[in-house]
Design a protein around this ligand. Structure first.
Ligand code: 2BA
Length: 109
């Protein structure tokens, strides 16, 4: 059995959870935020049988889309007379970042 953590855009999280539930996969949605952009995203956590991992990854691929986001860099600490021109930076935020880790033991009590 594997534990999947899928970090996804918050706009994709609802449809991803619905698609997982449609295929009878149990999932937990956690509110999270990216360390780099500091914007809210969602972490979907689900435990699945080994043979279902690829099917779950396919659902994640179908439900999650990559997007370009523009970041305004923080201005540095300036000395008097110095000048800072902030250039917005465009980053590609992936459809999903997925970690697949082994589960040693799983119980529902
Ligand atoms: P963020 O950390 O907010 O990163 C958003 C996007 O910014 C990233 O998209 C990447 O394109 C860019 N980015 C991140 N760190 C960067 C850096 N040091 N320099 C330049 N660009 C950078 P994704 O790679 O698709 O990641 C989307 C979200 O997935 C991340 O949001 C973070 O919440 C999570 N994530 C990605 N890689 C991770 C990892 N190795 N461990 C834990 N979480 C991760």
């Amino acid at each position: 059995m594997k534990l999947l953590f899928a970090i996804v855009h918050h706009e994709d999280a609802g449809s991803l959870v619905d698609a997982l539930l449609d295929q009878e996969h149990r999932a937990t949605r956690l509110q999270s935020s990216g360390g780099f952009l500091k914007q809210s995203n969602a972490t979907i956590m689900l435990a699945v049988e080994d043979e279902k991992v690829e099917a779950v990854l396919a659902i994640i691929r179908e439900s999650c889309h990559s997007r370009s986001q523009v970041v305004n860099p923080m201005p540095p600490i300036m000395e008097p007379g110095e000048f800072f021109m902030p250039f917005p930076l465009e980053v590609e935020v992936g459809g999903a970042t997925v970690f697949v880790v082994p589960i040693e033991r799983f119980e529902r009590v």
